[in-house]
Write a protein that binds this ligand. Sequence first.
Ligand code: NAI
Length: 337
Amino acid sequence: MLCRAALRSSSARLFSTSAARQTKVAVLGAGGGIGQPLSLLLKSDPLVSSLSLYDIRGAPGVAADVSHVDTASEVTGYPADKIDAALDGVQVVVIPAGVPRKPGMTRDDLFNTNASIVRDLATAVARASPSAHILVISNPVNSTVPIVAAALEKAGVFDPRRLFGITTLDVVRAQRFLAGIVESDPRQTPVTVIGGHSGATIVPLLSQSQYGKGIKGETYDKLVHRIQFGGDEVVKAKDGAGSATLSMAYAGAKFTNLLLRGLNGEKGVITPTFVRSPLYESQGIDFFSSSVELGLQGVEKIHPIGDISPEEEKLLAACLPELKKNIEKGKAFVAPN
Ligand code: NAI
């Protein structure tokens, strides 16, 4: 009895369980550095009733392993040629498939390899589970999300309420790094991060945080730089063995749980995510991350960015042209010849 209570409280730390409906979730790229711990964390999420693990390599093994965890969800692994079976009946698809960075690489350097992987997986989702919600982790997110949108559009099934680029790791880092400076509890130190998911396109709105608004001068500049380039710390420390996998799996599971809560009818579930957005459409930027309310259909409401400081105006001015280029590059990749 005690054990069960302890287990319940440990999963409650990451996952909220207030809603009743349960959902079938697929992980495409489940054999990878992110995919494996992400699959494990999703196995612990009480809102996931069934997990479908797919990869071109190793998914059945990961599934056999994860399936022994004593939570109720069913886990099935699928090999390379079984993508349609993996996607059958799935409501949420999380995509961490693709290659990660090595030291000295930007996320954009991954474009050539990951663009076609993501396009092909999106086409498979359009065919096998056209009404699924798609959560993109594969980098460069600023381009891969527009690629998925274009592939779905081509197949005639694009619904902007159901497509998300996961930028949660930027939020997690911002909260952790800020809390480290002001000595607060990171979980009680919310920070909104807007824009995109790479370097200068990552714009933390510290002025909107009760803890962040007092940070000025060199401390502010260093904190912003660390939030924007925190991923490089991990790439460097892993020394050629890849990029963030464990913290990303945590962030991916966290975002998936928030989406499931919204899909289950919970009100007031709001988090930053990179979606088709009207906020900067007039400047030709039709994907943008800002606080989004998640609901029964996915994206319920895209919140405006709100009041920002002169420093944040400058960060945003640097973000927008780069983001625009990244989005256009993604669209051009899928554009009909
Ligand atoms: P990894 O190389 O360890 O794993 C990638 C997995 O994808 C491998 O198991 C591989 O077999 C699989 N894969 C490749 N092509 C596939 C296909 N067509 N279908 C299904 N699976 C396929 O890489 P890792 O570290 O897991 O990173 C994955 C991606 O996530 C990278 O693009 C990385 O840049 C990105 N990432 C995104 C972050 C974010 O904040 N959104 C943070 C960290 C990484």
